[in-house]
Design a protein around this ligand. Structure first.
Ligand SMILES: Nc1ncnc2c1ncn2[C@@H]1O[C@H](COP(=O)(O)OP(=O)(O)OP(=O)(O)O)[C@@H](O)[C@H]1O
Ligand SMILES: [Mg+2]
Length: 509
């Protein structure tokens, strides 16, 4: 079979730590090669070597049968290699059009040709049928739309090898369908793709062949039709019995009471209670107002009317410090922008919520903090070289675990989780669920917003479904995914509920 790109026995170390060991891999035209492995297994590092972000220490990159070197990403782009990174790479303060055309701004006589810039950017959006304004500021878009803008951008570069590092992590099922239609079309055009996802059912749907990595080593290459249990065994090295190990305990008194809160444009008349020992799931479509509600509870945003009470105490509006004092912890959906200080060490990131309270006589207890952070990291099996490593250098899933770890360390009594396992591998998910179980077993109350329907149904004791800023209904965990979806679209106007159809005619490779 013809090969677009081949990695031959590549290895890569960061400092003393070897993270890729002698890995070989081929990508063929018109085929999707999936990379599968636990958090920190080395998937992103592999694709960054294909894209010119990192250079292998040894081994070869071969394109069209010729050894090549990619000293930088521009060089890889010249060979038609386009990459969508796991962590979004858009400039939040710039417009959609500027982001798509970044580095390729059309100019006439030294001046930016804005009409042409907009025309090309619009064409890129049309390819995936994305309806956003060209002048919209990217930072104001939801994370799903930002992801699609990034995909539109990559596709517009006439890629022959498209690398997608967890492109579906922040997308809804409709948006995933849309992306997969685009991928299917690209296959017919002979584009080769590398696809990374922690959702095994997606791999079966879209990939042709799967390379499994463990601890930076190549384990096996198997067909995408391999049963999921086999995939798990290959990547984790053991079987996982229970994917959603919810342990129900006694449900106690209300811990968190939300009384009729409203925030213009965001949500309306939201009321619910969460009891000691309970996990309340919140399902709904992206844009249903789920994130806004839990941000309001966490004091991250204010609201217009209503009351929030924790353990009988009224919470002041929009006051994060007061919320933390009452034992509220928020794991936000956008870990990179809202959750982490990327250049600070893992220990500081995990200890962020407790640094002040753990100090004696007003002095921050740094040694103690570091020790406790280490304990939490071990509990979460966080994969890192050292607790003093900047969080930026952790793999995506391990960054997510670090945000989660912060509130475990703070022993939050009210844990607000927004897509808590996004980007987390199947084994580590179970570790996170077990820790959530411990929180409820100790009388904590948990609110879990999740777009992962099996997760929200598998781990919650009750599920609220939000739609168009309102609560559309409450379901028991025995409800079906279809039950959730029919409530989720209850208050959504048609134009939002139906995903735009991709306009594949404008796609030219
Ligand atoms: N710039 C860096 N400096 C130091 N270590 C790094 C750097 N980049 C990655 N690593 C380490 O290399 C290992 C592999 O990371 P990588 O991001 O490739 O994992 P991954 O398979 O993509 O995981 P995930 O599923 O969590 O995204 C991790 O242990 C990570 O901490
Ligand atoms: Mg990764």
């Amino acid at each position: 079979m013809e090969t677009i790109l081949e990695l031959k026995n590549v290895s890569k170390s960061f400092g003393p730590v070897q993270v890729i060991k002698d890995v070989s891999l081929k990508v063929h035209p018109g085929k999707v090669q999936a990379l599968l492995g636990e958090n920190g297994a080395g998937k992103s590092t592999i694709i960054k070597m294909m894209a010119g972000v990192y250079q292998p220490d040894s081994g070869e990159i071969i394109v069209d049968g010729q050894p090549v070197r990619f000293p930088n990403t521009k060089e890889a782009e010249k060979y038609g290699i386009a990459t969508i990174y796991q962590e979004l790479n858009l400039v939040p303060s710039m417009s959609v059009a500027e982001n798509i055309m970044l580095g390729r701004t059309p100019a006439t006589g030294g001046l930016v040709n804005f009409p042409e810039l907009k025309r090309q950017a619009q064409e890129a959006l049309d390819v995936i049928g994305l309806k956003v304004g060209l002048n919209d500021v990217v930072g104001d878009l939801g994370i799903a739309k930002q992801q699609l803008v990034e995909i539109a951008k990559a596709l517009s570069m006439n890629a022959r090898l498209l690398i997608l590092d967890e492109p579906t992590a922040a997308l809804t099922s409709k948006e995933i369908d849309q992306l997969f239609r685009v991928i299917d079309h690209l296959k017919t055009q002979g584009v080769g793709m590398v696809f990374i996802s922690h959702h095994l059912e997606e791999i079966a749907r879209i990939a042709d062949s799967v390379s499994v990595l463990r601890d930076g080593q190549f384990i096996a290459e198997v067909p995408a039709t391999t049963p999921e249990r086999e995939f798990v065994k290959l990547m984790v090295g053991r079987e996982i019995d229970e994917q959603y190990p919810r342990v129900k305990g006694d449900i106690g008194e209300p811990v968190l009471e939300v009384h009729n809160i409203s925030h213009a444009q965001h949500f309306e008349n939201i009321s619910f209670q969460v009891h000691a020992g309970e996990i309340l799931g919140i399902a709904g479509l992206v844009g249903a107002g789920r994130t806004e509600v839990i941000r309001a509870i966490a004091g991250a945003d204010s609201y217009d009317s209503g009351r929030i009470v924790v353990h009988g105490h009224l919470l002041p509006k929009g006051n994060i410090a007061a919320a933390i004092k009452r034992g509220i912890g928020l794991v936000p959906e956008d870990r990179k922008n809202q959750g982490l200080i990327l250049d600070a060490p893992v220990s500081d990131n995990i200890g962020l919520a407790t640094l002040h309270s753990s100090g004696k006589w007003g002095l921050a207890d740094r040694g103690g903090q570091r020790r406790r952070a280490k304990g939490v990291a071990e509990k979460l099996k966080l994969r890192m070289a050292s607790i003093d490593q900047p969080v930026r250098d952790l793999s995506g899933g391990n960054q997510q675990k670090a945000v989660f770890g912060r509130w475990v360390m703070a022993q939050s009594q009210v844990l607000l989780l927004d897509e808590p396992t996004r980007g987390v591998d199947v084994g580590a998910k179970v570790e996170i669920y077990n820790i959530i179980n411990q929180v409820t077993a100790q009388g904590g109350a948990v609110v879990m917003v999740s777009s992962d329907l099996p997760e929200v149904l598998g781990m919650s004791d009750r599920v609220l479904v939000m739609s168009g800023g309102k609560i559309a209904g409450e379901l028991p965990p025995t409800a079906s995914q279809d039950d959730v979806m029919s409530l989720a679209v209850a208050n959504v106007p048609d134009n939002v509920a139906t995903a735009p159809t991709p306009n594949l005619r404008t796609l030219e490779i």
